[in-house]
Design a binder for this molecule. Structure first.
Ligand SMILES: C[S@@+](CC[C@H](N)C(=O)[O-])C[C@H]1O[C@@H](n2cnc3c(N)ncnc32)[C@H](O)[C@@H]1O
Length: 427
């Protein structure tokens, strides 16, 4: 987000919802205010007018479908007695202005600049703001969500329904973690729905690569890059430690099956999650999973006398020259997960995180980041099994052996860029 500027992707998503009413007959999601809030500006959805028609249709289906997923769950929650709704990163969402549930209050949370712009749009469109709708300006990267909600009249002692659509991909992991932990501290029975992007391999298809690069360029130009991608395993762990039980976590292709009866092959598509707070609140994270920003807004007790450096994880950066090859080796062969991936622009070097259980490495194509040929020690619990699993793959260039040393057994693996990974089982 650029300071002083409203979210352009919020306008893009709203345009898709408006077009869904007009072009798809609202087959997935009916929103009589969708066009009014966008206005007849003749614009196309941000970052998408270069897309082929089929791709735009799919995007429209995704944006309308995720709103349907959220509002179906919301209707169920209201039937069960919940009377507070929180729309996080609301953008131009219109639920608050067509809220059909008497007595249900809606707290719209968003970045201050987007919220100011939305209020102007509502006024221009002649859309009345009902008494039960409350605006809560929050920056997920900086502010303490629950404090701001409470100051706006939200009652944390009663469960709420929270929707958070189209936002996590724009946030840092720390902000995502902190927000989930703040929500996990709300009353038992609080329901949360949100979507998240999954890490996707670099497409083999040239046209697809070009489309992705173009999208990245457009998003960078408006200051709304996609920066966080999560695996379902990571989301499960984040939710579990934040104090949630997962009700379901499905690929967005499920929308087509559930609402339209279509069988669409799941690929690396965004996912939709529905979770319920257990009421036990967030658990303390292992020190290695806690960054200073997560601490800042965590509801977990702070250890104010803890050493500010020693509690943090030290992460080695290894130089790589080809992220596709790095991914193949680290994930395909060594069994790491590809975590976040960042580049300043589509044709610039990649910086990525790989993790396996507690082990975290950063791999960088930036020439200034590290010298090839570095060595790192990675402590493992069962070197013999891991060694066997690597040999079973019969890798062309990596068939490591185990060496017994006075300090324990080690297995040295050279990556394709000359880095030395020493897996070490301490004696
Ligand atoms: C793609 S829009 C989605 C809007 C809406 N949820 C929808 O589905 O149409 C992303 C939203 O996230 C909000 N956002 C992005 N970064 C934020 C931050 N750090 N703090 C608060 N809101 C943020 C933007 O203001 C914008 O409203």
């Amino acid at each position: 987000m650029r300071q002083g500027r409203p979210s352009a992707t919020a306008l893009g998503a709203a345009r898709y919802r408006a077009e869904h009413q007009e072009l798809d007959g609202a087959s997935l999601f009916r929103d009589p205010l969708a066009r009014a809030i966008v206005g007849d500006d003749g614009g196309s959805s941000v970052g998408s007018h270069h897309l082929p028609v089929a791709r735009r249709e799919a995007m429209r289906g995704f944006i309308a479908g995720r709103a349907r997923f959220a509002e179906d769950a919301l209707a169920e929650a209201v039937r069960a007695g919940l009377d507070q709704v929180v729309v996080l990163g609301a953008g131009l969402d219109t639920f608050a202005y067509r809220n059909p549930y008497p007595g249900v209050r809606v707290f719209e949370v968003d970045h201050y600049d987007t919220q100011m712009w939305k209020r102007e749009r509502l006024a221009q469109a002649g859309i009345a703001v009902p008494d039960g709708a409350v605006f809560v300006p929050v920056d997920f990267e900086r502010d303490e969500l629950t404090d701001e909600l409470a100051a706006a009249g939200f009652d944390p002692s009663r469960p709420a329904f929270v929707m958070w659509m189209g936002v996590t991909v724009y946030l840092t992991r720390d902000a995502i973690t902190a927000t989930l932990r703040a929500l996990g501290g709300l009353a038992a029975g609080t329901e949360l729905v949100f979507d998240y992007g999954v890490p996707a391999p670099e497409p083999a298809d040239e046209r697809e690569r070009a489309l992705r690069a173009e999208r990245a360029r457009r998003l960078a130009a408006i200051g709304e890059r996609w920066i966080s991608f999560l695996t379902p395993e990571e989301v499960g762990r984040l939710l579990g430690t934040a104090g949630f039980d997962v009700v379901e976590d499905v690929p967005t292709t499920e929308i087509a099956r559930r609402y339209l009866g279509l069988d669409v092959r799941p690929g690396p598509v965004p996912r939709l999650v529905h979770a319920r707070a257990t009421g036990s609140g967030p658990v303390d994270l292992p020190a290695a999973d806690v960054s200073p920003a997560t601490h800042a807004v965590s509801t977990a007790p702070r250890e104010s006398d803890a050493d500010p450096v020693g509690r943090q994880r030290v992460i080695p950066i290894l130089r790589v020259f080809d992220h596709a090859l790095a991914r193949e080796f680290y994930c395909g062969f060594l069994g790491f997960d590809w975590g976040f991936e960042h580049r300043f622009d589509a044709d610039l070097p990649v910086y990525a995180e790989v993790t396996r259980d507690g082990a975290v490495l950063h791999l960088s194509e930036h020439h200034g980041d590290a010298t090839p040929g570095s060595g790192v020690m990675i402590v493992v619990d069962d070197l013999v099994s891991y060694h066997r699993s690597l040999l079973d793959q019969r890798h062309r260039n990596a068939r490591p052996g185990i060496q017994e040393n006075p300090w324990g057994a080690t297995m040295t693996v050279l990556d394709p860029f000359g880095n030395r990974l020493v897996f070490w089982q301490r004696t």
